[in-house]
Design a protein around this ligand. Structure first.
Ligand code: HEC
Ligand code: HEC
Ligand code: HEC
Ligand code: HEC
Ligand code: HEC
Ligand code: HEC
Length: 321
């Protein structure tokens, strides 16, 4: 009974919102066909399942007025972490500073000519109505980025892994998308609530120092030596890891570079100026064990999301047939 009422309520809310939208349609803002299309995308989305409906985003919380094109602020009340991390990276920092959004025309890196005036915000990567996370992880990036590293991703074993999975609601824990490396998943722990695996939307977090990516990303799947040999091979990075590494960094050499990096870049180095090689190796291993544990938690979380989405798709198909 409770479930039914809830469903009915959600239905009513959609109707209500759609009725208000008709006013806009009458003003010639959006076509009926466009509205129907939006409604369909939303119906199949994670948002429909959790009851985040048209008015959750399109209604100003204070004035109660309808907003035709909401900004990223409309996402914030429910996605605090994603919004905060997004605003800290190169993609979002202009918004944080109250400037116009980042566009490819402002870039130093090569960008697709067709994307020069595209503004960066949440819905540049996610279709806001289907809230897609799979397209967001590779295809969306390639709609703007046009450098050799980005373009050559498609020739890597990592891309093969993703292609093999076919269309999923979310990239799985076994695949390596652009986002796996640049918007890495982490376990967000909020006080009083269950911890949750989320994507760190700060796209520059793993760039520097480079060994941050080794620790947070590569070592979830690869060994330490393989990871370091790959990531410190500039030519291989530029080619987006389309072959095995052919350099063989000597362990002690690695440790020495790390030691230098640490002492110049992090407080850890300053606190332990006399760090021995043995200790340095252990400091490398520790994160590895922690990450093994994270992989396990991540797999559980993804399984649950996948399961929820599959259920929703099955129900949708049942309705249609
Ligand atoms: C998760 C938040 C969210 C939900 C839920 C949502 N929208 Fe939107 N909608 C947006 C955002 C953000 C934009 C602005 C997109 C842009 O600027 O490109 C938008 C744009 C639109 C537009 C303008 C499209 C255009 O091409 O100009 C219409 C119409 C619309 N939404 C209708 C709806 C309807 C109807 C629903 C419910 C079935 C809905 N939206 C649910 C966030 C949402
Ligand atoms: C009323 C609360 C609410 C608002 C507002 C809202 N969301 Fe969500 N959204 C949720 C919940 C709940 C989920 C499901 C749990 C999760 O993945 O965090 C979700 C899931 C998502 C997902 C993941 C979908 C998936 O398949 O796993 C994306 C992407 C997303 N939202 C983007 C947005 C964007 C972009 C906006 C703003 C335009 C927005 N949301 C506004 C509540 C909201
Ligand atoms: C709307 C176009 C657009 C989309 C979509 C986009 N980016 Fe970007 N990205 C940019 C622009 C513009 C910059 C700034 C480049 C510069 O300053 O030269 C940037 C910067 C970056 C940087 C930092 C580069 C540096 O050296 O500081 C990374 C990493 C990055 N993007 C990765 C991604 C990934 C991964 C995706 C997809 C998940 C993505 N981008 C989607 C436009 C986009
Ligand atoms: C396996 C991990 C991995 C994958 C997958 C990956 N990248 Fe990168 N990316 C890196 C590393 C490592 C760097 C170099 C970081 C540095 O500057 O030291 C980098 C650098 C970049 C830069 C900055 C380039 C520059 O010259 O400043 C951009 C932009 C970028 N990647 C976009 C993408 C896009 C788009 C995709 C997917 C098509 C992608 N990356 C896939 C690891 C990855
Ligand atoms: C550069 C592209 C890009 C931008 C910009 C972006 N996202 Fe995402 N987002 C992704 C990708 C890719 C994933 C899925 C990552 C994965 O699972 O590997 C994701 C996942 C999510 C999720 C699912 C939960 C999670 O954290 O994994 C939510 C919610 C979300 N994004 C909300 C937002 C909001 C809100 C904004 C704006 C403040 C935003 N996103 C901007 C690419 C983007
Ligand atoms: C989710 C697991 C996963 C993550 C994370 C991951 N990889 Fe991979 N990587 C793989 C798999 C699986 C292969 C394919 C292995 C094969 O077919 O031999 C691969 C292949 C490679 C190859 C090419 C090997 C070849 O034979 O062509 C390189 C280089 C590589 N990864 C480097 C990295 C680096 C560097 C990182 C971190 C920035 C990283 N990978 C992150 C799983 C991962």
């Amino acid at each position: 009974m409770k479930k039914l009422t809830k469903k009915f309520l959600a239905f009513l809310l959609v109707l209500l919102a759609l009725a208000s939208w008709n006013i806009e349609v009458a003003r010639g803002e959006v076509s009926e066909a466009k509205l129907a299309e939006i409604n369909e995308l939303w119906q199949g989305s994670a948002h429909a399942m959790v009851g985040a409906n048209c008015s959750s985003c399109h209604q100003d919380s204070e004035t109660k007025e309808l907003v035709l094109r909401p900004t990223y602020e409309s996402c914030r009340s429910c996605h605090e972490e994603e919004t905060n991390t997004f605003l800290l990276g190169k993609h979002g920092i202009r918004l944080l500073e109250g400037e116009t959004p980042l566009t490819p025309s402002l870039a130093r890196l090569p960008m697709k000519a067709s994307a020069l005036s595209k503004s960066m915000t949440c819905n540049t990567c996610h279709d806001v109505h289907s809230v897609d996370t799979f397209t967001a992880a590779v295809d969306s990036c390639l709609s703007c980025h046009n450098d050799r590293h980005s373009l050559n991703y498609k020739n890597s074993k990592h891309a093969e892994l993703v292609a093999k999975e076919g269309k999923l609601p979310r990239p799985s824990s076994e695949s390596v998308t652009c986002a796996t490396c640049h918007l890495p998943r982490y376990e967000a722990i909020s006080i009083g609530a269950e911890s949750k695996v989320q994507a760190n939307h700060n796209n520059t977090y793993t760039l520097k120092p480079r060994d941050r990516m080794v620790k947070d990303v590569c070592m979830q799947c690869h060994g330490m030596e393989f990871s370091y040999n790959s990531i410190f091979d500039d030519e291989l990075v530029e080619a987006n890891f389309d072959r095995p590494p052919n350099q063989d960094l000597k362990t002690l050499e690695m440790v020495r570079t790390l030691k230098e990096k640490r002492s110049s870049q992090s407080s850890l180095g300053q606190n332990h100026p006399d760090i021995t090689s043995q200790q340095a190796i252990w400091q490398l291993r520790l994160p590895y064990y922690i990450h093994q544990d994270r992989v396990r938690i991540l797999k559980q979380a993804l399984f649950q999301t996948g399961f929820r989405m599959e259920n929703a798709f099955a129900k949708e198909q049942e309705k249609q047939s």
